[in-house]
Design a protein. Structure first.
Length: 73
């Protein structure tokens, strides 16, 4: 998570802010991204980025390519 995101997130809302940060990585229907790409862009661990992406996938906010395992809006 970026320093600016940490400042924006009120107490208890860090996971929500992180999920929104993940979605912002795909603005304007951007490229398909891997969990590693997300982790790098957001300064998160790969496991955290993967967990957030899987949660957003389960909620219908992201799709995952069956062949590349990359995520997209």
């Amino acid at each position: 998570m970026t320093e600016a995101a940490a400042v924006r997130a009120p107490g208890g809302a860090q996971a929500v802010q992180r999920a929104l940060d993940v979605l912002h990585c795909f603005h304007d229907n951007g490229p398909d991204l891997s969990a590693s790409d997300l982790a790098r862009r957001l300064a998160l661990s790969v496991s955290t980025a993967h967990r957030l992406a899987r949660t957003l996938l389960a909620a219908g906010f992201l799709e995952q390519d069956a062949h590349t395992s990359r995520y997209r809006l």
